[in-house]
Design a protein around this ligand. Structure first.
Ligand SMILES: [Zn+2]
Length: 226
């Protein structure tokens, strides 16, 4: 047993005799789903620049695939998320219906779908779905596959693959991207947020979230689209 590993996950202490160093890298693509992209017909919660960012993320995946050991793609997958949906949403804690399980709005943006198809088989890929029966902003609240029972959480997936560092991109900066990044930092991962590959519901709040993440130890690279 390695006591140090169980106590602390800071990068220096992640080396244990006989264990593989936790230094592998993962790209985490957060919620690039049609309902969140402003260029998609019928998107119920289209985020400005969502479509642009989806294309840029696809390009990044193709061009930088060799930088990563694992790809994680997260998505909302709402069956009955309670007050997360509202007829009179406040756009902070309640929202119009979006990413309902099994609907086209919950599918990946076509440009992400195309990129995933292009790199199929070149990088181990795990889909994490979240929010079936409650609000779930962070990917770390989600599980592999469609059903929660006996599925691995995102943290279990990452630990199982000896991942130590994450590049985080996606939608929306001020909600699911920020929540995922905060949880990652608290769980001890090194993270980099690729700002050019993020889109915010509220651009001002998105900038505040990125600044707060930087103050908490995240590396920020690139500026959000404007
Ligand atoms: Zn949602």
């Amino acid at each position: 047993m390695c006591q140090e590993f169980s106590v602390s996950r800071d990068p220096v202490s992640q080396y244990c005799a006989g264990m593989e160093p936790v230094t592998r890298s993962c790209l985490v693509i957060v919620d690039v789903q049609r309902d969140f992209c402003d260029d998609q017909p019928g998107a119920t919660l289209g985020v400005r620049f969502g479509g642009k960012v989806a294309g840029l993320i696809g390009d990044h995946l193709r061009s930088s695939i060799d930088d990563y050991d694992l790809l994680v793609v997260t998505g909302d997958w709402h069956v009955d998320p309670g007050p997360h949906f509202s007829e009179s949403p406040d756009y902070r804690d309640s929202w119009p219906r979006h990413c309902v399980a099994g609907t086209i709005g919950a599918t990946w943006h076509p440009q992400l779908e195309a990129a995933l198809s292009d790199v199929d088989g070149r990088l181990p890929t795990v889909v994490i779905r979240k929010g079936s029966h409650q609000a779930a902003y962070s990917g770390f609240e989600g599980f592999e596959g469609f059903e929660q029972s006996e599925r691995r959480s995102l943290d279990e997936v990452l630990r199982g693959a000896s991942i130590g560092s994450l590049d985080i991109v996606g939608i929306a900066t001020d909600h699911c991207v920020a929540a995922t990044a905060i949880d990652a930092l608290q769980l001890g991962y090194s993270i980099r947020v690729l700002g050019a590959l993020t889109a915010a519901v509220d651009v001002g709040r998105g900038a505040e979230c990125l600044a707060a993440l930087a103050a908490s130890g995240a590396v920020l690279e690139g500026a959000p689209p404007s």
